[in-house]
Design a protein around this ligand. Sequence first.
Ligand SMILES: Nc1ncnc2c1ncn2[C@@H]1O[C@H](COP(=O)(O)OP(=O)(O)OP(=O)(O)O)[C@@H](O)[C@H]1O
Length: 439
Amino acid sequence: MDIVSLWDKTLQLIKGELSAPSFKAFFRQIVPLKIYSNDLFLLVPNEFTKGILEDRYLTLIENSINQLSLKKYNIKFVLDEKEVASLGEDNPVIKMKRNYPNLNPKYTFDTFVIGNSNRFAHAACVAVAESPARTYNPLFLYGGVGLGKTHLMHAIGHHIMSQKKDAKVVYVSSEKFTNELINSIKDDRNEEFRNKYRNVDILLIDDIQFIAGKEHTQEEFFHTFNSLYEANKQIIISSDRPPKEIPTLEDRLRSRFEMGLITDIQAPDFETRVAILRKKAQMESIKVPSEVMTYIAKHIKSNIRELEGALTRVVAYSSLTNRLISLDLAAEALKDIITTSKTEEITVLRIKEKVASTFNIKMEDFNCKKRTRSIAYPRQIAMYITRELTDLSLPKIGEEFGGRDHTTVIHAHDKISKDIQNNEEIKIKIDKIVSDLKG
Ligand SMILES: Nc1ncnc2c1ncn2[C@@H]1O[C@H](COP(=O)(O)OP(=O)(O)OP(=O)(O)O)[C@@H](O)[C@H]1O
């Protein structure tokens, strides 16, 4: 019996032993990877699931597999398929995943909830998916962590592949792009690297901000970009900020990124957050009372990954403690997450927005070179607040404010600290901004 059929049969046995929510929460996303000697490798989605499987279900899995295969395997849970990629032959599941270019099957347009925060980005992605290289090229998507950029990029990939099966779609994070480049240089395989990226129909490159400051990667990406663009191939780029706010990005790349359409995704509003939770519960066929969804959506605002994680946690908690999902149970399950996510919400972007609206300046004024007091002073206040309310280092803060030196940040912090002591009006303004940011 090959590993795929063995795992299918194992799941059938296990399903009979567990409650439906536990089965769904911990077993549905496992991918059987490989049998190598006496080890059987299973790919699991995250640390949390791995811990639960090891602590509670290992014996059940081992017994079920042994019963079916009449052999005793050591079960190994892994988080990254690369850990076992070098062992023996490939299996059909992995082969299938490789042919399908790294796209998460769940990230489609159908599973994407549209709200005011992402309506425009979604429409732009649909337009590109329907007529690649003919509408917006490149398409540059930006927005905060966990707001759906990767989801939309994969959705474009799926859509294009559903229209044209042999389209060469490549999705890569800019970190992976950098690592592959480094390895190709090390192993003298630069030609292979170039062929891989310069001969695709659609290039989806995620988190491009990571190539900032990496000269060689920027150089390579510049040529990749040009050859794709000239060959009329579609390029889709994501980042946590717009091109002009990526520090140490070469101008020639910046101007290329700005050639097509730039669109942002904002944090979802309350209604969209509830709708996302509903969709997720519906997709996983889990019944969750609406006051629990409201509770989660009210408290987790700025990151959809955390929003989904909170729901998974509540469902897992209910199944592990054998209690029905209720508001009390949700509060108990999320007590750590909900307090920490409040402090995590304070980002440079939010600080800038708040200071900009208080002092009536534009967002780009924070990064520009202007020294007029009406702009320079709010900028110093924003730097002061960033230093006080975030864990960012001084150089990082300088970077976030138009690539300024860390001594400028120290100067701003000293100056504003003094002004707070001597000027009641400024103190009141800053206290108000800080208390608004802390919610
Ligand atoms: N509008 C949406 N509807 C449904 N699910 C969403 C939506 N937006 C985001 N998600 C889900 O939230 C999770 C995080 O999204 P994703 O990974 O696309 O974020 P990201 O913006 O790429 O984050 P990062 O900056 O960390 O790369 C995913 O599971 C995704 O499916």
